[in-house]
Design a protein around this ligand. Sequence first.
Ligand code: FAD
Length: 392
Amino acid sequence: AAPAEQYDLLAIDTLLSSDEKDVRASVRQFCDSAVDPHVAEWFEAGDLPSIRELTKALGDLGVLGMHLDGYGCAGMSAVEYGLACLELEASDSGIRSLVSVQGSLAMYALWRWGSDEQKAEWLPRMAAGLAIGCFGLTEPDHGSDPSGLRTRARRSGADWVLSGTKTWITNGSIADVAIVWADAGEDGGIRGFVVPTDSAGFTAHPIEHKLSLRASVTSELVLDEVRLPESAALPGVTGLRGPLSCLGEARYGIVWGAMGAARTAFRTALDYSLTRQQFGRPIAGFQLTQEKLARMNQELALGTLLALHLGRLKDSSGVRPAQVSAGKLNNVGKALEICRTARTILGANGISLEYPVIRHLTNLESVLTYEGTAEIHTLTVGQALTGIPAFR
Ligand code: FAD
């Protein structure tokens, strides 16, 4: 491997506190031993064979809901959470997705909008990795525009009855609890419901044939007249503001995470270029390769600085949704470019799972689409700049 200063030319590390570096180091150490030796196999098999053990280990590490406080959560800063996301995604976007969905989507929904009873029932077990959560917003006919979602919640005596289908739900078929967003009509419009997955009428099926995020479980959820007590509704919010607030948290983690995937691709390409010889010299010695490495390094450094800037803002005055959109839009797009360039430096080896580059490249295709597509974030930034919404 190249010396550390070759990996961090702009000395971005000097902007981090020692506590922040400690968090980063402990997540990296975990990934080095528990994820990296296995993740290419998991990806190839399209399976996370020991997901319960892995989730428990992530709970012991303290990264599940780590930016939340109380109820067994670690209460860390946004920057510390971001650094953890970067390290997790440097190993695989699927592992970061597991942590994001658990902490930023399912746990955050409960923590921000749940009743004391809901929080006490679920958050400590979820923080410990003993219970897995999923977040069901997307439906077969409602992706980028969830405003017209069709899953219905109707009153039946003192109960709620939920019916509908959710698709592309991370962790869906292994979850213990699903946060399901449904239209409650005159009872508040779009609302969140805490659905234990052993409820009668709830089923989940894995989505097969993915060529991206293969080390991640993605599922369809079917709710067929699922009867829940009145207390199952999240009391704190009505309308799309509820799910959007959670998505804002998860997108923030992606701003950092994407730079993790990019970092792995960059380092792999740099190391490879220094040892691979063609025409009698290392391919790193060719100007065309150096141009690629310089450009990758620039974008990696700029994206990391952008993530850190948004993290510092979030920890001080807070971030606006359009700022997080700008971060996700830039960093996922740049991470994809970095992975594609790294792929070319590895030549034929670039398409092999023996190296991490093609895995990160295909994973990022999902990351580009989920949590708001690149197009939707472009329109969000456009609206913030012009004041004119161009969504419909
Ligand atoms: P569509 O909304 O149909 O979009 C198709 C294309 O049209 C896109 O390019 C889009 O940008 C474009 N488009 C749409 N509207 C406009 C517009 N106004 N202007 C310009 N272009 C537009 N969802 C969950 O709820 N929970 C999860 O845990 C979850 N996990 C996921 C995991 C994976 C691996 C994947 C791939 C998806 C996951 N999703 C999840 C779903 C994800 O959030 C949606 O795929 C995403 O919101 C896009 O919706 P769609 O796929 O239906 O695409």
